[in-house]
Design a protein around this ligand. Sequence first.
Ligand code: MLC
Length: 483
Amino acid sequence: MGRRPWTAHELLDLVLDAGSFESWDEPIDISGQPEAYRLQLEAAAARAGTDESVLTGRGLVRGRPVAVVVNEFRFLAGSIGRAAAERITAAVRRATAEGLPVLASTASGGTRMQEGTPAFIHMVEISRALMAHRAARLPYLVHLRHPTTGGVYASWGSLGHVTVAEPGALVGFLGPKVYEALNGEPFPTGVQTAENLAAKGVLDAVVAAEDLPMLVDRALGVLVDAPTLPRLDRREGEPSGHLSAWGSIEVTRRADRAGVRELLRHGASGTLRLNGTDEGERDATMLVALTRLDGQPCVLVGQDRSRQSPTTPMGPGALREARRAMRLAEELGMPLVTVIDTPGAELSVHAEEGAIAGEIARCIATLTTMTVPTVSVVLGQGCGGGALALLPAREVIAAEHAWLSPLPPEGASVIVHGDVSHAAEMAELQQVGVSDLAAQGIVSRIVPEPADDTAAALAVAVAAECAAALRRQTHGRAHVLAS
Ligand SMILES: CC(C)(COP(=O)(O)OP(=O)(O)OC[C@H]1O[C@@H](n2cnc3c(N)ncnc32)[C@H](O)[C@@H]1OP(=O)(O)O)[C@@H](O)C(=O)NCCC(=O)NCCSC(=O)CC(=O)O
């Protein structure tokens, strides 16, 4: 940690628009507490300048109304006793009732040792209130400050839709001093840090408190704001269809082919990248983001062609990240976009032991049972079960040269002919190209690839088509709900 830790009041001043904070906190009666503890509480209040270890209320972040729950570490190490726990639970319930997103900022030694089990058990009530909040499709954003440990990290610190920690923050379940005393050896260094946990896919990002307003604004710009009018050029036109299936395969394997990154760069705005499964797994080949695709808010998950190679194939963790995106969309009532672009999933010991086949099955199972609008985009290579895992959305659109096959055409050639020389013939025979996919009803729309065929133009055309497809479904759903 570089600077002195933020106090709760400093954090509120930093994050909320000036003068917008309105406290929800009721006075706390400590008269019934044992004298020694009462004296500790009084001393803590005098030191911290707060009446408890948590402050709650509402305010504006860049004009957006939010409920806030902020830990004060200087009050008995931000520890959570019954009064603090009840304050958090009440604030979350009020936020739910008022339809407000919740932003929590933690800094704590966990359950308050002076209060023990009756306080500890309140982790359950806090979690219950937060899950009711999430069930009401309201956002919960978490910011972990230095240090965040114990029952705070293991309840309201870990239940966010988006979870970030400040640079250098100690974030861990058991405090390192406690570990060392109990185990007779120090806990390994560099593990309980914001940076390590983000690298491991436990946290979404490392974000300084100064940058929290931007993060909250971005997240709520997708999670709360209504769609805006389309602005991208739809690039109407007929598919040229002049290439064979093999010709298309060669086009999609070109280094300058547009991928999901180009789709976001040229066709989206207000993108907030998420990171990992939030369960301790991360695979750079899958990209997950909250974004506005041509003005349409959505959760987007896509296979990143730029990160896949023979040495870094798309593994089972990538598919678990995809399922996190699916869960998020379903829970938040957000449209989901999946982007298919893979030369195939990982074939290895790691993949088998990580349940790659099961993850493909679970992705298919999840996608086919989602109730929110879903669109999949076959953008480039659609090879094998790894591609199929992201395919079965309500509407499937495909770029003109995209393709879908059970395995690489070279593999099919080996199976049937004993060598790879019949790959082009097998691609044709196996009907992998988009015209065949459309004829079979697998693909409902083909996005013509612009004649100039630049990655940017393709990305713009696909983004516009995809957003339009989502709008059609969202509109249709509203129609059904209204009737
Ligand atoms: C959070 C810390 C890393 C911060 O370290 P620092 O070196 O900055 O500060 P410190 O250790 O001197 O602590 C500052 C003061 O806060 C007190 N203090 C720390 N944690 C406390 C807690 N949970 N309850 C009550 N008091 C606590 C310390 O005794 C000390 O008091 P004084 O100033 O009087 O000396 C460390 O305090 C720590 O490891 N705390 C315990 C974390 C933990 O393992 N919690 C699990 C609790 S059980 C739980 O939460 C349930 C669960 O795990 O599920």
